[in-house]
Structure formats: structure tokens, C-alpha cells
Design a binder for this molecule. Structure first.
Ligand SMILES: [Zn+2]
Length: 384
């Protein structure tokens, strides 16, 4: 009896120790403390495959192609079978489909704002961040923090970054578009300087200007060719200081209307994902997806031959013929979005729900559930 009692006591002690440590080392966490969402704009399956062939000379060499959980995500909007970035990203970050052009606003474009995963994170005191080599007011980053009827409302979108509905707004914003944003703000009767002054948040021009002890930072680059990996490392350094965790969205524009640039950028993004997997702990959910696919097709080529051989001649021919389609020996590209499902790849707590054919709106639920949160039903829009 006595022996049994001490056995039970040891058992209880073990449970308490496990509870205090949040599980043993052998058992990965079941809840995500942090979520990093990687969004390859226009980075469909054909672009991923071509990026591996282009950058590594072989199929399936990207880091994201080694991730343990894979799904195919439908990108249909409420009105169109082919989505734009605004409706595509709205679905991913709010769990609600909308119409093309609308930024985290429901389909009829006159409803209450749809609450985004970044806003939930702000509300719950997590650190939040957005990185994009597109404009910081581009449809993809905008959908995480702004709510507008029309994705072209650049000044309104940027102003909303400084008037958050929840928490203190996006803590880390690293992105491009400085020139256009300056002009649009001026036309709207304000300026970067005025927004910075009113909000007490300096709007910097390079990563070097971010103070070493910064808990928040905004860098608005002139060019889209800044070092996204360096931006990620800096954002991670800042955000990971928050004991409550963080939500970070990283967008890389991988449109292949410029084929070489698009594939180079997909390979670059893959390096950033690999870096994220190294830096972020086992309590971080990493999700990669695209908002929509692009009309790039593998139509030829041979193993061992550079994928983009003959590309420059093909581009010159298309320009001469004023054709929308570039016909290189291995790749054909027409400059348009396409409507087939896109890849989702994931690892970390909650990633096991990424499997099979799903809807892009499911990604919102997966991220919320991984963080242990329940989405609110929004009365103003629930009936739609
Ligand atoms: Zn897009």
C-alpha cells in the first residue's frame, strides 16, 4: 500500500513536471505560440516546380517541398473563379470570401470590416509583423491590417496602419512602395512626416536605421529589391521578444510576367522559409501558400539543361509580335492569374490539419485553432 502510494505520488509529480514544462522534449507542442504565414504572390504549383528546376537544377529541391504537411487550396471568390490578390488574401486572413478588389471587407463592399488574424493577434497582446517586397499598401499586406472597398485606395490603407482597430497596430512593417505612398498621401492632404509625428512612430528608409533596442519598427523602402531575408531576421529578432508570441506575414511577389525575376524570387523566398524554420522554435506554425496561381507552364526542356535557356530570345520575339505569351523552349507564360488550386505547405503545431483539397478560407481556421483561439461570428456579415 505504502509502495503503491509513493508510486502514485511519483506519477502525480511527473504530471506536474510535464504540465510545468508544457510537455516533454519528445512531445512537440500542440499549441502554436507563434504563426508565420508565407505568401508567394502568384506562386502556384508550376512556379514552385520551375523555381526548383531553375535554382537547383532538379525537381523537389526547395525547402518548402520538404515540409511535412501539404494541401491544395481552392481560391474561388464569391463572384469569380479567378481571384486577385485582394480577395485571395482576404479569404486567407479573415476566413471569409469576398469579391476581387475588396480588402478585408465582405462581398458587397459595404459591410462591417472582416476581422483579420493579425487583428485577433493584436487584440490578444501578441506582437505582429508584415513584410512585403511589394508595396506595404499592396493588396496582400493591406488585407492583414486595413479594410477598404478598393485595393487602389493607397492613402486610406496606409492611414489605417496608424489607426488600428485592435491593440496598438502592426508592430513591424517592412515593405516597399515609398515613392507612390508619399505621392498618394500628399494628394490626400497628409505626409509620411505627419503620420510619423502624430503616431509617434518613425517611418524609416532602411533596416540599418532600426535601433538595436527597438520593440517596434516601420521601414518603407524605395525599391522592391531590398534583402527580404535580412528583413525577416530583423523582424524575427524584434517580434520574438514578446513573451505572448507573434504573428508575422511575409509576402514575396513571384509573378512570372518577368519569368527570370519571378523564379529567382520564389527561390529567394524559399531560402527565407528555410531560415525561418531554423530560427523559429518548435512552438511556431509555419504556413506557406499562394493567393492564386499564374499562367506559367512547363512545355519542354531536358534534365541537365538550364530551364531558362533561350528565354531572352523568346521575350524579344514576344515583344516584337506584341504577344501576351512568351514561348521559351521550356516554359510558356501568359501574363494572367489562373484559377486552379494552389499549394499549402506547413510545419509546426496545427500543421497536421493541412491536408487534402481545402478552401483558402480554411487557412484562417487552421491558424486560429493552432493558436487556441475561436473566431467570433460577426453579426453584421453572418447573414450574407
Ligand atoms: Zn496576387
Amino acid at each position: 500500500m505504502r509502495h503503491r502510494l509513493s508510486g502514485a505520488a511519483f506519477g502525480l509529480l511527473g504530471v506536474l513536471v510535464l504540465a510545468a514544462c508544457g510537455g516533454s522534449a519528445a512531445q512537440p507542442p500542440t499549441r502554436a505560440k507563434n504563426v508565420i504565414l508565407f505568401l508567394a504572390d502568384a506562386g502556384g504549383l508550376s512556379t514552385i516546380h520551375a523555381a526548383s528546376l531553375h535554382a537547383h537544377g532538379e525537381p523537389n529541391r526547395l525547402f518548402l517541398q520538404q515540409m511535412p504537411y501539404i494541401a491544395l487550396s481552392d481560391t474561388t471568390t464569391v463572384r469569380d473563379l479567378v481571384t486577385d490578390s485582394a480577395a485571395g488574401m482576404t479569404a486567407i486572413v479573415t476566413g471569409r470570401r469576398t469579391v476581387n478588389g475588396a480588402v478585408s471587407i465582405p462581398g458587397e463592399r459595404d459591410g462591417e470590416p472582416l476581422k483579420t488574424i493579425l487583428e485577433y493577434a493584436e487584440e490578444r497582446g501578441l506582437a505582429t509583423g508584415v513584410i512585403s517586397n511589394d508595396s506595404l499598401t499592396g493588396a496582400t499586406p493591406a488585407a492583414t491590417y486595413a479594410h477598404v472597398n478598393d485595393r487602389n485606395m493607397t492613402a486610406a490603407i496606409f492611414r489605417q496602419a496608424f489607426a488600428p482597430r485592435f491593440g496598438d497596430g502592426v508592430d513591424v512593417m517592412f515593405g516597399s512602395g515609398r515613392g507612390t505612398i508619399v505621392r498618394r498621401l500628399e494628394a490626400d492632404g497628409t505626409s509620411l512626416e505627419a503620420l510619423a509625428r502624430e503616431s509617434g512612430r518613425p517611418i524609416l528608409a532602411s533596416l540599418d536605421e532600426v535601433p538595436a533596442d527597438a520593440g517596434r519598427a516601420i521601414v518603407l523602402f524605395e525599391s522592391s529589391d531590398f534583402d527580404v531575408e535580412a528583413a525577416f531576421v530583423e523582424a524575427h529578432r524584434i517580434l520574438s521578444q514578446d513573451p505572448d508570441g507573434y504573428f508575422l506575414m511575409v509576402e514575396v511577389d513571384t509573378h512570372t510576367n518577368n519569368i527570370r525575376r519571378g523564379l529567382d524570387r520564389m527561390a529567394m523566398m524559399d531560402r527565407v522559409i528555410r531560415r525561418a524554420a531554423e530560427l523559429a522554435g518548435p512552438d511556431t506554425l509555419l504556413i506557406f501558400t499562394a493567393d492564386h496561381s499564374f499562367d506559367l507552364q512547363l512545355r519542354g526542356g531536358r534534365p541537365g539543361t538550364p530551364l531558362l535557356e533561350g528565354l531572352e530570345e523568346a521575350e524579344a520575339r514576344a515583344r516584337e509580335e506584341k504577344s501576351r505569351t512568351i514561348r521559351a523552349p521550356a516554359l510558356h507564360v501568359e501574363n494572367s492569374h489562373t484559377g486552379e488550386p494552389v499549394i499549402v505547405a506547413a510545419q509546426g503545431p496545427g500543421a497536421e490539419r493541412v491536408r487534402g483539397f481545402m478552401a483558402n478560407t480554411d487557412l484562417f481556421d487552421i491558424m486560429m485553432e493552432a493558436l487556441g483561439w475561436a473566431a467570433e461570428v460577426e453579426p453584421a456579415t453572418a447573414a450574407r
